[in-house]
Design a protein around this ligand. Structure first.
Ligand code: ADP
Ligand code: IPE
Length: 268
């Protein structure tokens, strides 16, 4: 078996805001998804792909209060959310396969247990084995079992933190629907400035000043920045780019950040 060299591995997050239309329940942006699949295929970089919930996961998780677990939600609400995520995941898997990427779905519900938002146990051997024989593992933000609350929602971003601890990839690329991290929300503040190189301290400050998203059950940009800080502290570079800009993902995978934000991993 060819052991994958982790220093060549890149973890990609396809944000829910990029691959789905968040204003319309259960709608996939098929053209965007297909273009991103093509860009990943043409880069020939070995990757683990993690995608978000977008208009499949968030509305159902919110409606059924899935984050409050057995006390405030229902098993059927959790099941419906888990099933919607599988539906979105199938679109992603099929798009990747159609572009020649040997994608395999790894359901977070089946391999991760949390305890109040913290990953308590996981089984990543399947991901490792898949990578080593040449598959591209695909995970996603999901409903997971939770030791204290029965079940909960775990974002793709938090899953990536655990993957980084285990696989020590070269970098993590977050594909967003904006050009990177700004001084404040660019959709609200027209004077917000794109930060080309973000320090860990700046990331912490911006996370503190960002509000939890009302539509997202996993904290929006605040949660994403908190995960990014954890990743950088482990020593892995984090790059934020706009997944809607053509060919940017492919260029970034090849090592050129034309437009975006870099948060450098701490070197020990
Ligand atoms: P995704 O669904 O792609 O995982 P989110 O929707 O959770 O991403 O976060 C991206 C959104 O965060 C952007 O659309 C943007 O409007 C919002 N946002 C809020 N504050 C910032 C900021 N300081 N920099 C960049 N984006 C921000
Ligand atoms: C959310 O995952 C998963 C569910 C709501 C079930 P993420 O937090 O990674 O999703 P996005 O990227 O914000 O849509």
């Amino acid at each position: 078996m060819n052991e994958i060299n982790a220093s060549n591995l890149v973890i990609i997050k396809l944000g829910g805001s990029v691959i789905t239309d968040k204003s319309k329940e259960r709608s996939v942006k098929k053209d965007t998804l297909n273009r991103l699949s093509r860009e990943i295929a043409e880069s020939h970089v070995s990757t683990i792909i993690v995608h978000g919930g977008g208009s499949f996961g968030h509305p159902l998780a919110k409606k059924h209060k899935v984050n409050s677990g057995l006390k405030g939600s229902t098993l059927i609400g959790a099941s419906l959310t888990e099933s919607a995520m599988k539906e979105l995941n199938l679109y992603v898997i099929n798009s990747l396969i159609n572009h020649g990427i040997p994608a395999v779905s790894i359901s977070p519900f089946s391999i991760i247990i949390t305890d109040i938002e913290k990953v308590w146990s996981y089984f990543f051997e399947t991901i490792n084995f898949s990578l080593n024989i040449g598959f591209t593992p695909v995970l996603y933000g999901d409903v997971v079992l939770d030791k204290s609350n029965g079940f909960s929602i775990l974002s793709g971003d938090k899953i990536i933190v655990e993957l980084v601890k285990y696989f020590r990839p070269k970098s993590v690329i977050f594909c967003l629907d904006v050009d990177g991290i700004y001084t404040s929300d660019p959709k609200i503040n027209k004077n917000a400035k794109l930060i080309r190189e973000l320090s860990i301290n700046d990331a912490i400050e911006i996370a503190k000043s960002s509000n939890n998203s009302k539509k997202d059950v996993t904290g929006g940009i605040k949660g994403k920045l908190e995960s990014a800080v954890e990743i950088a502290r482990i020593g892995t570079d984090v790059i934020f780019i706009n997944g809607n800009r053509h060919n940017l993902l492919q260029k970034t995978l090849k090592g050129t950040i034309e437009i975006g934000t870099l948060l450098r991993g701490l070197k020990s």
